[in-house]
Design a binder for this molecule. Sequence first.
Ligand SMILES: CC1=C(CCC(=O)O)c2cc3nc(cc4[nH]c(cc5[nH]c(cc1n2)c(C)c5CCC(=O)O)c(CCC(=O)O)c4C)C(CCC(=O)O)=C3C
Ligand SMILES: [Fe+2]
Length: 308
Amino acid sequence: MSNERIGVLVMSYGTPESLDGVEEYYTHIRRGNPPTPELLDELKGRYEAVVGGVFPLRENTNNQVAALQKTLDAAAPGRYVCYQGLKHARPYIEDGVEAMAKDGITKAIGIVLAPHYSMMSVGGYIKRAKEKAGELGVAMSFVESYHLHPKLIEALVDRVVGKLGEFDRSQPIKVLFSAHSLPERIREMGDPYEKQLLETSEAVANKAGVADWSFTWQSAGRTHEPWLGPDILDTLKELADQGMKQVLSAPVGFVSDHLEVLYDLDIEAKAVSADLDIHFERIDMLNTDAFYMEALAESVVDKDEWKA
Ligand SMILES: CC1=C(CCC(=O)O)c2cc3nc(cc4[nH]c(cc5[nH]c(cc1n2)c(C)c5CCC(=O)O)c(CCC(=O)O)c4C)C(CCC(=O)O)=C3C
Ligand SMILES: [Fe+2]
C-alpha cells in the first residue's frame, strides 16, 4: 500500500459568474461563435427569471466537490484529492488537470457530475481531460457512467416516493422522467445515452412501485437540426388530452439545481401545466445527497487501478 495521492477531477457543466459573464459562457457553448443579441437576451432573461441573476449551479458544484472530498476522506483517508474542472466556465477542465500537475499529482481519476454517458456530453468532457493530461504527463482513468449505481437509484427512489406523498393518491399520477435532449443524430452514432436514461428510469420506477411512468426529453438546444423528442411541453399537452391531472417530474439526467431545472421545469413546464389544469410537482435534486456522494465515491474507488 503506497501513500501516494490520487487526483480526482470532478467535472461539471459550469455556469457564468454573473449576468455579465453570460455572453462569454454562451460563446464557449457555441464553440467560439458569439450568440445573436436575441439569443443572448433570451438566455439572460432565463437566468434573471430564476433567482434574479444568481447562478446556483456554481455553489452547488462547489458543495458537491467538497462533499465528495469528505466522503472519499472517510473511505480512504489521505488518498484522494479532488479538483474541479468545468466544461464551459472557469476553472475549465484543462485548468483542473493543470492544477493537479502543479501539485505533483501523476495519477488521477475523472468523473462527471452527470450519471449518463453520451459521446456529446460526458465523452466530450473526458476527451478534453485526456488531452491535457497527456500533455502534462498525468495518467488518468475515467468513470464513464454510474446510471445504475444502487445508491444513485436509492437516492432517486427516496425523492420520488417522498414527492408522491404530496399528490392525491386516490387519483392517477403520471411520473415523467426526463433528461437534456441531444441532437437526433446520436442515434446513428450508437450512443448509449438513451438506453442508460431508460434503464435509470425503469430501475427507479420499479423500486418506487410506480407503474404509470414515461420518459420524455427537455431543454432541447436552439439549433436548426432535429433534437430528440417528445419534448416535455408536448408530453404535458398529450397527457392533458388523455385526462391526466397530476404529474410528478423526475429529471434524472440532472443532479443539481440549475437553469434547466429551475427555469425549464419549475417556471416553463409548471406554467404550461397550470394552463392545462395539471398539478405539476418536481422531485428535489440530488445536490449533496449522502447516497449520491457515496455513489460517486464508490465509482471513483472502483476505478482506482493503482490501489494495493
Ligand atoms: C447533455 C447535456 C446536459 C446534461 C449533462 C451535463 O450536465 O453535462 C446539459 C446540461 C446543462 N446545460 C446547461 C446550460 C446550457 N446548455 C446549452 C446548450 C446545450 N446543452 C447541450 C447538452 C447538455 N447540457 C447541448 C448539446 C447544447 C447545444 C450546444 C452544444 O452543442 O453544446 C445552453 C445554450 C442555450 C440553450 O441552447 O439553451 C445553455 C445555457 C447547464 C447549466 C445551467 C446553469 O447555468 O444553471 C447544464 C447543467
Ligand atoms: Fe446544456
